[in-house]
Design a protein around this ligand. Structure first.
Ligand SMILES: Cc1cc2nc3c(=O)[nH]c(=O)nc-3n(C[C@H](O)[C@H](O)[C@H](O)COP(=O)(O)O)c2cc1C
Length: 189
């Protein structure tokens, strides 16, 4: 296959969002493995209107997100744990993919979806990862077997945005590798 197209959706609107840094690192790992990537980070996601099922035409931002996912060979979603689940910002972005409902390949169908969670504790990281996987299943995607769970209380990144701990870098690379592996297997069938 030519270069797999991997779309990243994630982050928060907080300046210096660790969730977005984690997503950027995972996307970079897919690029190192040959992918071309497109990032929809916190600032972009905040410009999406609250998704409402209606006859109103989609906004430019909603259309851009839907078009990118339509053309993707794989996706990586990164969410913070907010009150035990994914944030409203990320849920709204995923709800906006309702625009893909009537596509021949709706939502995430047939595509790998990498899962990255940040939270201030392991309990929320676990429940949020479970919630994200359930949503990806509902959108007919294939969540990566490995989900990255990062504890934000551990000063995750250095000034250059790299992981301080090798085990955290390993998590983000493993998600990237699993998305790429699935995308290449899919292209080979
Ligand atoms: C509204 C809100 C709710 C949160 N709820 C939880 C929670 O239930 N459990 C937890 O461990 N952390 C919680 N956090 C902390 C965030 O998950 C954590 O700081 C996250 O890594 C923030 O990511 P960011 O650096 O990308 O903004 C919450 C933060 C906010 C703002």
């Amino acid at each position: 296959m030519s270069r797999p197209r991997i779309v990243g959706i994630g982050g928060t609107t907080r300046p210096g969002s660790g969730t977005e840094k984690a997503l950027v690192l995972s996307l970079a790992a897919t690029e190192a493995a040959g992918a071309e990537t497109q990032l929809f980070g916190g600032d972009f996601l905040a410009r999406l209107p609250v998704y409402a099922p209606s006859e109103a035409p989609p906004t430019d931002e909603q259309r851009a997100l839907a078009d990118a996912v339509r053309g993707a060979d794989g996706v990586i979603v990164a969410s913070p744990g907010y009150h035990g689940s994914i944030s409203g910002l990320i849920k709204n972005a995923l709800d906006s993919l309702e625009l893909l409902r009537d596509d021949p390949t709706p939502y995430f169908q047939g595509r790998p979806v990498g899962c990255i969670i940040t939270a201030d504790g392991w309990q929320a990281a676990g429940t949020t990862l479970m919630a994200l996987r359930s949503i990806i299943h509902a959108l007919r995607g294939w969540p990566t077997p490995f989900g990255a769970a990062l504890n934000s209380t551990t000063n995750l990144f250095d000034a250059e945005g790299r992981c301080r701990e090798p085990k955290d870098a390993w998590q983000l690379t493993t998600v990237a590798d699993q998305v790429m592996e699935f995308a290449r297997m899919r292209a080979a069938t």
